[in-house]
Write a protein that binds this ligand. Structure first.
Ligand SMILES: Nc1ncnc2c1ncn2[C@@H]1O[C@H](COP(=O)(O)OP(=O)(O)OP(=O)(O)O)[C@@H](O)[C@H]1O
Ligand SMILES: [Mg+2]
Length: 248
């Protein structure tokens, strides 16, 4: 079964751009502040609710701003300092799936806002290394178990990723102005990218193909979008018998 989600539209033609979550399991998003990152994630979450009836997710947001505040009591939303617990929970779901790889799993999405700042906030070197190792495992090994990582960064540099980790993001998105540094991180091989983008304006690349210019969709009815997200989050975590590791 393939799941294709129309997440963006092409610049100019407005043709939908679809994300095939099987082919391209993980997304790396880099976008400066106020460029429309969270707005785009809202759209994406609403699409997940509508088009993928069994999908579940965990949202981590270290910033603890207003974006996810209304959902703070949901078991799958972790804000501020609780993001580390949220990450552990998400990692357990991955480990359990990996240990039982023969089963079929519905899509699971780990939505990791403020990824770079979260990693930088880990003060002990050993803790940080352990964290990056887990991120690396997720990126390399989760495709077969229908587990998808969406990392969102305001700034982006190599120190926040495990060695070789970035190459495992087969979909790369930049929203808004693309700094020379972010260009180097996301699209090092493309020389003639239009970096001069505004709010909601996107460069996207799938699997090393040419970069496509795109736009985020407008959310026509924000109340409805928020209701869809509430419904998605109310699905809870993946089935508890799936998520709980077997006792030894
Ligand atoms: N495609 C769009 N159409 C209309 N308004 C948009 C669009 N994208 C973003 N906005 C508006 O722009 C503002 C900034 O967007 P958003 O909060 O998503 O930015 P952000 O990149 O997440 O910023 P921050 O770094 O503060 O988290 C919001 O008021 C949002 O509603
Ligand atoms: Mg935001």
């Amino acid at each position: 079964m393939s799941v294709k989600l129309n997440i963006l539209r092409q610049e100019g033609s407005n043709q939908p751009i679809s994300w095939d979550i099987r082919k391209s399991p993980h997304i790396l998003i880099s976008a400066p502040t106020n460029s429309g990152k969270s707005y785009f994630i809202r759209y994406l979450l609403s699409v997940l609710k509508i088009h993928s009836i069994y999908s579940t997710c965990i949202i981590l947001d270290y910033k603890q701003g207003t974006d996810y505040w209304q959902w703070r009591d949901k078991e799958n939303v972790f804000l501020g300092d609780s993001v580390y617990d949220g990450f552990d929970k998400a990692y357990k779901i991955f480990e359990h799936r990996r240990n039982n790889p023969d089963k079929k799993y519905p899509p699971f999405f780990l939505i990791f806002e403020e990824y770079q700042s979260t990693v930088e906030s880990i003060s002990k070197k050993a803790d940080k290394e352990a964290f990056l190792q887990k991120v690396g495992n997720l990126l390399r090994l989760s495709r077969q178990v229908n587990y998808h990582l969406i990392c969102i960064c305001q700034r982006i540099d190599a120190s926040a990723f495990p060695a070789g980790g970035r190459e495992n993001f087969s979909t790369k998105i930049s929203i808004g102005r693309l700094s020379p540094q972010a260009k180097q991180m996301l699209f090092p091989d493309d020389e003639d990218i239009n970096r001069n983008k505004g709010q909601g304006e996107v460069n996207i690349q799938f699997d090393g193909q040419p970069v496509i210019e795109a736009r985020t969709y407008t959310i026509r009815d924000m109340d409805k979008a928020e209701q869809l997200i509430t419904d998605l989050l109310s699905r809870g975590l993946p089935l508890s018998n799936e998520a709980v590791a077997r006792s030894p």
